[in-house]
Design a protein. Sequence first.
Length: 124
Amino acid sequence: MAFDEKLAARIRSVLEDRKDVVEKRMFGGVAFMVRGHMSCGVVGSSLMVRVDASEQGRCLRERGARPMDFTGRPMAGFLFVDLPGISGTAALVKWVRRAVAHAEARPAKARTAGSTGKKRLARS
């Protein structure tokens, strides 16, 4: 499955100043790991974000947000945000920062030697 490379580039620009971001291919798209935790990514043409499960209901009321559902059962704390909710830079930044805040609230994971499928966020 292809994913929206332009959206991935927009996310990279939001995260470019961080040194703790790693990209990883998953869900048929790309995920951005912050401190070892999945934060956000791109699946198809949608932004995927991870938020605190207690905030999910409030987040779902926002424009373009919908539950992340691969198996017929929505995943707690994971959302898709479609283009109407991320068309502007400020809206995308808001969602990415929300996802990063969730990752930062969790204990940092230790990096494992020999990890595959991961690459550091490209720096300009």
